[in-house]
Unconditional design. Structure first.
Length: 272
């Protein structure tokens, strides 16, 4: 898995840097500026995500899924779906959403950033750039949290024998905690939903973002609390990126990297 991720990353980055010359002859300068902007924007994303308001929402999510996982609600919902809803039709229907959830999007995001940068003077090019740029920042935010929660919650999966959804704090042997398929498949759709003001499109994208999560419940691969946590992490992270984009000037953390004759200078500021 790590090797495949690295392969996608290399292919995506090569696509990015080979597309840049078509937009600007000074390739190194463009790459340098892009890297600086990404670093600055990611810091802003993190500062908003780990701000008081967002942490309160995250705390509410953990309260809800904690109740589900540790009171038997998880097992009841999971068993109810398997016995009352799952069928040959749902197995066929959720094959595509399940595939969407396990697809490696890194190369896709980097590729759309490159194409969007190349066609930045067009509406569709700007849209592609923004979608890829926001999505990869959202993936970074969720990605660093996923292994932490897996170790922190340390619960099991319904398809592993008699494993329970009850939390076993700091259990390194835990097989879940958070559904990677669910947040990975939700990010591209949630990002798209937050980029449009058209109500029908927004609703449609949000509805599509839930299908990879539902596919994991249908396949008996995760408990409901685990997919709810994953989708919530994707939503809260994408919302932080969206807020970062719309209120950049008010971001509490700003970092500027300025070149000098002897190297470079970093200027950082923190507003209260």
């Amino acid at each position: 898995m790590k090797r495949k991720f690295l392969q996608y990353l290399i292919v995506g980055w090569l696509t990015f840097i080979t597309a840049i010359p078509m937009a600007n002859a000074n390739t190194l300068e463009v790459v340098k500026q892009t890297s600086e902007n990404l670093y600055d924007d990611v810091l802003c994303d993190f500062s908003i995500y780990f701000g008081k308001d967002n942490l309160l929402d995250l705390g509410a999510v953990f309260l809800g899924i904690g109740i589900m996982a540790n009171t038997g609600i998880d097992r009841t919902l999971s068993t109810g779906w398997q016995k009352g809803i799952r069928s040959h039709f749902t197995d066929s229907f959720f094959q595509v959403p399940n595939g969407i959830g396990k697809f490696n999007y890194v190369a896709t995001y980097l590729g759309t950033i490159a194409i969007g940068h190349w066609q930045s003077d067009t509406i569709w090019g700007n849209t592609l750039y923004q979608w890829g740029y926001r999505s990869i920042r959202t993936l970074l935010l969720v990605g660093i949290q996923d292994p932490v929660y897996g170790w922190l919650i340390g619960n099991g999966r319904p398809n592993y024998g008699k494993e329970s959804s009850k939390w076993k704090l700091f259990n390194r042997g835990g097989k879940s905690g958070c559904s990677g398929h669910s947040f990975n498949g939700a990010i591209p759709f949630i990002t798209a939903a937050m980029m449009t003001d058209e109500p029908l499109l927004k609703f449609g994208f949000y509805a599509l973002s839930t299908l990879p999560a539902l596919s994991r419940i249908n396949n008996n691969a995760h408990f409901p609390s685990q997919v709810i946590l994953a989708w919530s992490l994707a939503y809260l992270s994408a919302r932080s990126v969206d807020m970062s984009e719309s209120a950049r000037d008010n971001c509490p953390v700003r970092v500027l990297i300025m070149p000098t004759q002897k190297g470079g200078m970093i200027q950082a500021s923190l507003s209260f």
